[in-house]
Design a protein around this ligand. Structure first.
Ligand SMILES: [Zn+2]
Length: 196
């Protein structure tokens, strides 16, 4: 595993266009097979995640959080370390209901192209449970391109199709989806920003 060096973050964080800290988070999808190495890997991920939460609080920027197959640990770490102070985005929200309590901790749920996929049953089911004032649109470009362009390179413009799908599923107009998600984006990133 590469050495984590916070001075690299320090170098970029003061750039006026830097509005968040991340991606950081926990990913248990690809862990070593060896039990001892697995344990060490998880411990290291947690240690770095916690230090990045502390860093975000110090520099007063929201977090962009990546969570894969690690919902319970991620939720616990975010709550225990009072990440609420800066909040952030659960990027490519993975539809885990275990993350829903983070809505009360200043965290927003990034919905991307996956919601348009035929096999997105879980996300379709969970979507209405996300408080509307915590919904965001995201691209994750160049990946996870929404239908009808699935498989092609993803572009920010395609969030249009994500908005269409959310409008269908929540039975609200597309204009409402746009208004809600734009307001939420500004609320989150404006809280400490001087450029937005
Ligand atoms: Zn990610």
């Amino acid at each position: 595993m590469e050495q984590y060096d916070e001075s690299v973050l320090e170098k970029y964080i003061n750039h006026p266009k830097c509005i968040a800290v991340g991606e950081c988070g926990l990913d248990y999808y690809r862990l070593p097979d060896d039990e001892e190495e697995k344990k060490q890997n998880i411990a290291k991920q947690k240690e770095v995640f916690i230090s990045q939460i502390e860093f975000a609080k110090k520099v007063k920027k929201p977090l962009i959080v990546h969570i894969r197959e690690a919902s319970d640990d991620s939720r616990q770490i975010l709550i225990d370390n009072n990440a609420k102070e800066v909040g952030g985005v659960l990027h490519c929200y993975n539809a885990s209901e275990h993350l829903l309590p983070l809505a009360d901790h200043n965290f927003y749920f990034g919905i991307g192209g996956v919601i348009t996929f035929k096999n997105a049953k879980k996300l379709v089911e969970v979507l209405p449970k996300i408080p509307k004032d915590k919904l965001l649109l995201e691209t994750d470009g160049p990946y996870l391109t929404p239908q009808p362009f699935r498989g092609k390179r993803n572009e920010p413009a395609y969030t249009n199709y994500v908005a269409d799908k959310i409008s269908d599923l929540l039975e609200i107009t597309k204009e409402e989806v746009e208004k809600i998600t734009t307001t939420n984006t500004l609320t989150l990133f404006k809280q400490f920003s001087t450029i937005i």
